[in-house]
Design a protein around this ligand. Structure first.
Ligand SMILES: NC(=O)c1ccc[n+]([C@@H]2O[C@H](COP(=O)([O-])OP(=O)(O)OC[C@H]3O[C@@H](n4cnc5c(N)ncnc54)[C@H](O)[C@@H]3O)[C@@H](O)[C@H]2O)c1
Ligand SMILES: CC(C)[C@H](C(=O)O)[C@@H](O)C(=O)O
Ligand SMILES: [Mg+2]
Length: 350
């Protein structure tokens, strides 16, 4: 019996619609072979919609999106510094609002170097790690404010919120993931030497949960040292668990060392399935190349793979991974249009 999956699609801004068009092509080819019917609803949201209507994300939009089983998002946000768009209005009011409202407490960001992909590192080694980035807390909560703004006496605050419940659930997810992987290694990345309150909470929870997973070896790195090892020895990592902001920064670095931001996929996961999880490339709307068919849709396509994996369609996800791997290994250096890459991957799947 075929299963129907209700998917909300948010192409978004800039290169978002370009890469999502390719990701949807791939999904449409793979889904039938998994006996899966994808019922898509498109939502027009993002900076372009804000500029046209002044709306960011209404309660009705949110309710309608939440009534789906999963979300596929391209990228949202305008050109950084565009004076017509108040700073953060799209990022906070739309993207983070979705992640927070839908309780996406795991932001899953895998990194591997596909065969044939050139890393800027001379000897990257066998890179295959997953960053489990906390998705609903940390300095992202919007608990801040400014006093005496615009004066020489201004004070600007952004409070980082770390709750025992929030940290424990993401740490547990990371241990569970590490236990299933070959190397069974978990690295906590934080800044416990300076952020002593949050750092202590994270460390104590990791230590406590570690006792339940004796098969997982546990390691700790300060965030600054972690960036060194991302460049000098990324193969040492297996599962990394970290807070929202450290995870944001580390995963752009992870993308850069593994062949570029155009290849980095992610899942904003609500592991309880109480809310739909959201799959999206790690990259943004790339206003510098938008509308030119220059964007690499691979990250969006691999995000569809993560979506299928989330619903237990491991074989379909593996087919996408294999088609991407073959495409990457045969890509060569000549630039290809966004749709050409999508078509080539679709052809390998057909
Ligand atoms: N998930 C999201 O929706 C998301 C993520 C990050 C940034 N943003 C937003 O996107 C806008 C632009 O942000 P930014 O410039 O800091 O980051 P960005 O990721 O959009 O771009 C950074 C650089 O990477 C390149 N790039 C990005 N995706 C690419 C792809 N698929 N193929 C080839 N090159 C690619 C861009 O051309 C640019 O040079 C901002 O409004 C930002 O807030 C949104
Ligand atoms: C656009 C921004 C809010 C977002 C983040 O910081 O999480 C992005 O950089 C990402 O990595 O998905
Ligand atoms: Mg980011």
């Amino acid at each position: 019996m075929s299963r129907t999956l209700k998917l909300a699609v948010i192409p978004g801004d800039g290169i978002g619609p370009e890469v999502i068009a390719e990701a949807v092509k791939v999904l449409d080819v793979v889904a039938p072979s998994a006996d899966l019917v994808i019922e898509k609803t498109q939502f027009s949201l993002g900076a372009d919609r804000y500029l046209a209507t002044g709306d960011v994300l209404s309660e009705e939009d949110l309710t309608a999106i939440a009534s789906h089983e999963a979300i596929l998002l391209g990228a949202v946000g305008g050109k950084p510094g565009d004076p017509r768009i108040p700073a953060g209005i799209i990022e906070r009011g739309l993207l983070l609002k979705l992640r927070f409202s839908l309780d996406h407490y795991v932001n899953l960001r895998p990194t591997t170097i596909f065969p044939g992909v050139v890393s800027p590192l001379a000897n990257p080694g066998d890179v295959d790690f997953v960053v489990v980035r906390e998705g609903t807390e940390g300095p992202y909560v919007g608990n801040g404010g400014a006093l005496r703004q615009g004066t020489p006496y201004e004070i600007a605050n952004e409070l980082s919120v770390n709750t025992a419940h929030g940290v424990e659930r993401v740490v547990r997810y990371a241990f569970e993931l590490a236990a299933k992987r070959d190397r069974k290694k978990l690295t906590l990345v934080h800044k416990t030497n300076v952020l002593v309150n949050a750092g202590s909470l994270w460390s104590r929870i990791v230590d406590a949960v570690a006792a339940e997973y004796p098969q997982v070896s546990v390691d700790y790195l300060h965030i600054d040292a972690a960036t060194i090892f991302f460049v000098t020895d990324p193969a040492r990592f297996d599962v990394i668990v970290t807070d929202n902001l450290f995870g944001d920064i580390l995963t752009d670095l992870a993308a850069a060392i593994s062949g570029g931001i155009g290849l980095a996929a992610s899942g904003n996961i609500n592991p309880t399935n109480a809310f739909p999880s959201m799959f999206e490339p790690v990259h943004g709307s790339a206003p510098d190349i938008a509308g030119q068919q220059k964007a690499d849709p691979t990250a969006a396509i691999l995000s569809v793979g993560l979506l299928l994996e989330h619903f237990g369609y491991a074989e379909a996800a593996a087919r996408i991974n294999d088609a991407v791997a073959t495409d990457l290994s045969e890509r060569g250096s000549a630039p290809r249009r966004t749709s050409e890459i999508g078509d080539a991957i679709v052809a390998r799947l057909s």
